[in-house]
Write a protein that binds this ligand. Structure first.
Ligand code: OOG
Ligand code: NI
Length: 457
């Protein structure tokens, strides 16, 4: 078979994303309510702000999702799976900083062409049993994970085939998507008894979420909105209980990085094994799955990120000094005040080297939330536009994890980052998003293909 007969990896990603979203709609109906609120809000903004019109299509399908796996081989196979969809691991995220015993990467398209076609990303965490303080629970989790197989044999066969021939024809591509979805699906039959689940949860509810189940159910999907403040404010109207605060930077004229909020995870029915009754089940509940929304701004350079972290630290200190629980309005007011020190016009951001910009591409203007105008003339006389931030923020991710895992006494060890072990499990290095953004700014990104391996993967 020749390359021309293979299904485009970008197309496989598009099918996978759309089927996953359909599956999640049916599994978590509240996600559907959130998506229609986001679609409504976006439609209103697009109707009143013509600069967004060319991107309305991308907005309707844009999603990111997240899964959490338990053992190195699982992460390794996920890398092979996402590779068939042109999704590569970008950045290493150490969540142990927030007492969450996982480290992570995001699989995503890496070229502008691929991102424009369909920007689907999956934040993928791997459990770090070494951070579980209690040795017995650590071993329990390890032995449960050792015994499970999260991939259908057909998924594994098709991955071998894709790798040996260099691609998949249409029927194999569809079959791969359908079998891969089984891994992401919710399974209400737990792998363990109720008391085993509870023991795992005493180490960390995340340990139970990963090790007590047969598979790494997709735990959220996230549509992108042009007005996150409005969606957050309107969630109660739709009977959606939102997370208390929006994570990330404040609302600005020139949006930076990523702002996120979610609704609280729903308590779903689970049937635990019951060792007293042969074949019997014990009914219980587990909270893991939620819906999230995001709004994306310009990608910041290392210099811009340093300033961002300084200002976030300053705001966090101010907020920590307040006695009362912090509501979203208080948090946003404080952030807006502190972020007055972060330039808020495109040319200043470009001139000061705080954010990434590329030569203006014409009508395909960037979908930067909340900004009235995205293309501009630099003081060198050239036209520019911002490069959208396509990644995640560890502090925000930790906030999202925590709001959905409940307030619990954290007993995990804080051993620091361990990127080497993560990359060994993955079977490759993670890409550095700064290199990708810089290449985009320089106009030097080559189209990525199945065979081509950008940035030396
Ligand atoms: C992942 C949380 C991280 C985000 O948007 O920052 C994430 C998880 O809860 O598994 O998805
Ligand atoms: Ni997320």
């Amino acid at each position: 078979m020749t390359g021309a007969q293979f299904t485009q990896p970008d197309h496989i990603r598009q099918i996978f994303c759309s089927k996953l979203s359909e599956m999640y709609h049916s599994e978590v109906p509240l996600y559907g309510a959130l998506v229609s609120l986001v679609d409504d809000t976006n439609a209103h903004i697009v109707a009143t702000h013509p600069q967004y019109r060319s991107e309305a299509g991308r907005l309707r399908v844009e999603r990111h999702g997240a899964i959490r796996v338990g053992k190195p081989e699982e992460l390794h196979t996920l890398r092979r799976l996402f590779r068939t969809m042109n999704m590569l691991p970008v950045n290493y995220y150490d969540l142990s900083i927030a007492g969450v015993p996982v480290h992570a990467t995001a699989f995503r398209p890496v070229t502008q062409h691929s991102l424009d076609f369909n920007p689907f990303r999956v934040f993928t965490s791997l459990l770090r049993p070494d951070l579980i303080e209690d040795a017995e629970i650590r071993e329990l989790a390890r032995s449960l994970l050792d015994k499970r197989e999260i991939f259908h044999p057909e998924t594994l066969r098709l991955l071998d085939k894709a790798e040996s021939q260099g691609g998949l024809d249409d029927s194999d591509a569809h079959s791969l998507v359908d079998h891969a979805l089984l891994t992401f699906k919710w399974q209400s039959d737990a792998l363990v008894e109720y008391d085993v689940y509870n023991r795992l949860a005493t180490a960390h509810s995340l340990v139970a979420d990963i090790a007590a189940f047969k598979g790494p159910h997709i735990n959220h999907l996230t549509p992108r909105t042009l007005d996150i403040d409005t969606v957050q404010a309107r969630m109660p109207e739709k009977g959606i209980v939102s997370k208390h605060v929006i994570e990330g930077p404040p609302h600005r004229n020139c949006s930076i990085l990523l702002r996120q909020t979610s609704f609280q995870a729903v308590a779903e029915p689970i049937y635990f094994l019951d060792r007293n009754e042969s074949g019997g089940k014990k009914f219980g509940r587990h909270k893991a799955r939620f819906g999230e929304i995001e709004s994306r701004g310009v990608a910041l350079t290392r210099k811009g990120l340093t300033l961002y972290h300084e200002l976030m630290d300053e705001a966090d200190k101010e907020l920590a000094a307040l006695k009362s629980p912090i509501d979203n309005a208080t948090r946003q007011r404080c952030l807006e005040k502190v972020f007055a020190a972060f330039p808020d016009n495109w040319e200043a951001l470009r001139h000061d080297g705080l954010a990434y910009f590329r030569p203006y591409r014409g009508s395909q203007s960037s979908t930067i939330s909340g900004s009235s105008q995205t293309s501009f003339e630099g003081d060198d006389g050239n036209a520019y536009e911002p490069v959208t931030y396509e990644d995640f923020l560890p502090a925000s991710a930790a906030g999202i994890f925590q709001s959905n895992l409940g307030q619990q006494q954290l007993t995990v060890l804080r051993a620091g980052a361990d990127q080497d072990t993560f990359e060994k499990a993955l079977g490759s290095k993670v890409l550095d998003s700064h290199i990708l953004y810089q290449a985009e700014a320089d106009g030097s990104v080559e189209g990525s293909s199945w065979q081509g391996s950008p940035a030396g993967l």
